[in-house]
Design a protein around this ligand. Sequence first.
Ligand SMILES: [Fe+2]
Length: 274
Amino acid sequence: MDGHVLAAQSVATARSTLLTAGTALTHALSGRLASAGWVIASFPPELPDTLLRQAAAGVLSGVGQPFYSIDGGRGLWLDSLAALDRDPHSFGGVGAQAVHIDAPNVTEPPDYTSLLMLCPDPAGGGKSVIADLRAAADQLDEHDRELLTRPVFAEGRAERLHGIGEPLPTFPILDERPSKHTWIRWAGKLLTDDRNTAYLPVLTRFASLLEATARQVLLRRGDLLIADQRRVAHGRTALGRQDQLVPAARRLLCQAKVRFDANAPIHELLRWAA
Ligand SMILES: [Fe+2]
């Protein structure tokens, strides 16, 4: 690491590998990211954790500049071992997590977020949920669209974060002139934040439109989910019963972020394809 970003030498090495030995992978990733806004790269589950983390960081280098926004003290990947004493709806909690983009409440949300599964929930729960933000926004009527473009929404607190700009105390969910470059700053927690009570009806309607687009996928060990945050929101179903599991056996998921980089192999490929 170089501060909160993956070191330039590591990024360069990964990219040159992708452009030589990894061309089939790069083509597959770019095609799926362009069409759906998310993709899963599957690494051999028998690889040790260290190699899975390195391989996944290499693939993320193909998409852009990998970085962490929260310092977990262990480099690029922020680990979350499922824990009963955590907020059940948070990263690392055991309850369902409503779909959201990571850090909607800052000036520069991460362009991509990624989740690397090292140990799925032995109790069989914790499916990942992916929902299509743009498809949901397209279903809004004019009145609701106007309400969601008001810069009045508040969600959580952005504190001690790296590489994602400045905190926004309030923000619009939709841009006035939506395009493929604009944000849809959505988080399910908007519905339970007291600061948004006056807008609860429109938030509930958008949540329901988004829910209708949702897909569930169970990540296996070695699966890396990459999500384009301008296009899709992510969340999780509840984990299964944890009371028979020793803590070390519980679900272990890691996250890392990626900043868009036009020179990354996947974007070069997409420009070439266009
Ligand atoms: Fe998240």
